[in-house]
Design a protein around this ligand. Structure first.
Ligand SMILES: [Zn+2]
Ligand SMILES: [Zn+2]
Length: 154
């Protein structure tokens, strides 16, 4: 899908736009999806045995926030700088599809948050705390602390 013609001892620029569906990246289980098109820009530089591939990947991701469970989406940019072995070439053409796919998968955050300081949901009443406070007592008492308090009061 992402094929670049290598110029001997030189560097070859590339610019691809591919529908996220074609990269087979979406996983329905976690409701986290790549939207629309994935844009890849960069260049392949022939360094002899190894080829250097550097560039950026731009994409849009929609997901359910891990804290407040609201649907959200975000534009993201990944910069990459990778090495490709000459033996991976087909003639003088480099197929970057697997490489791009691996970079995208490896760079996914462990947590998907609608915003960095998302306050999440109240564990008592379930209210979205980004929309305002509720009146629940969310202070979790530590049983050891309770015992100490009782001891001190006696
Ligand atoms: Zn959130
Ligand atoms: Zn509450």
């Amino acid at each position: 899908m992402f094929k670049v013609q290598i110029s001997k001892n030189g560097s070859a620029p590339f610019n691809f736009k591919v529908s996220a569906d074609k990269l087979d990246l979406n996983d329905d289980v976690n409701e986290s999806n790549f939207e629309g098109e994935i844009e890849v820009n960069g260049k392949v530089t022939d360094g002899g045995k190894l080829l250097n591939v550097e560039g950026t990947i731009k994409y849009r991701k929609s997901f359910i926030c891990d804290r407040c469970l609201n649907p959200s989406s975000e534009d993201r940019v990944i910069e990459f700088d990778e090495e490709l072995d000459r033996s991976d070439l087909e003639g003088d053409v480099a197929d970057l599809t697997e490489l791009i796919r691996d970079i995208l998968i490896a760079s996914q955050p462990i947590q998907n948050l609608c915003k960095e300081d998302c306050k999440g949901l109240c564990p008592v009443c379930g209210k979205n705390l980004n929309e305002g406070e509720c009146n629940c007592d969310r202070f979790v008492t530590d049983p050891r602390l309770e015992a100490l308090k009782k001891f001190l009061n006696d």
